[in-house]
Write a protein that binds this ligand. Structure first.
Ligand SMILES: *[C@@H]1O[C@H](CO)[C@@H](O)[C@H](O)[C@H]1NC(C)=O
Length: 178
């Protein structure tokens, strides 16, 4: 499952880089379970304990993410129910209060395209997915919010994740080597 979360995020990034003049919106990453919350990024697991996909943890390296550098995101999740073909997610990306993107993703399709080894149907079990993306140097100095609402093929809740990344105080000087 994790892979799904991942796939959405990656897909979000990909879509943003295609669709938005701010191709830097990439943000994404980092989400979780109300567990990790710093000024730089955080995530909230807005799902129910009965949702088929339970996010266990999301770790971002480096932390905080650095524009112009590779970011590795490791997501651990547990599928407590089988996830069938047809599962999908509505993803909304906001820059501050501005909605940049609202798109529905076919999760199984994204998983296949993301070259992960998780394939639908996904059997119950623990999953760990690690993906690396290169963050553009020109990411807007702003706060990004990514809302992920996943649903099963039958339109039942699947997973719910809210992510936020704050590039407002990104370390310009540090990245310049000072
Ligand atoms: C990110 O990782 C890829 C693949 O390992 C590498 O080719 C690329 O140079 C890296 N980019 C940066 C900015 O480190």
């Amino acid at each position: 499952m994790t892979r799904y979360a991942f796939s959405f995020l990656l897909a979000t990034l990909a879509v943003l880089s295609r669709a938005s003049p701010l191709d830097s919106t990439q943000i994404a990453l980092t989400g979780g379970d109300t567990v990790h919350t710093t000024d730089d990024w955080g995530y909230t697991d807005c799902g129910l304990p009965t949702d088929p996909i339970q996010i266990t943890s999301i770790v971002v390296t480096p932390d905080p993410p650095q524009p112009g550098k590779n970011m590795t995101v490791k997501v651990k999740a547990t599928a407590i129910e089988r996830v069938e073909e047809g599962a999908y997610a509505d993803v909304t990306v906001k820059l501050g209060l501005i909605k940049l993107l609202h798109k529905q993703f076919d999760l199984c399709e994204e998983a296949r395209n993301a070259d992960t080894d998780v394939k639908c149907p996904v059997e119950p079990g623990d999953y760990e997915v690690e993906q690396t993306v290169e963050l553009p140097k020109e990411i807007p100095k702003a706060k990004f919010v990514v809302n992920v609402r996943g649903y099963t093929a039958d339109d039942d809740d699947l997973v719910c994740l809210d992510l936020r990344v704050n590039f407002m105080k990104r370390p310009f000087f540090k990245s310049l080597g000072f």
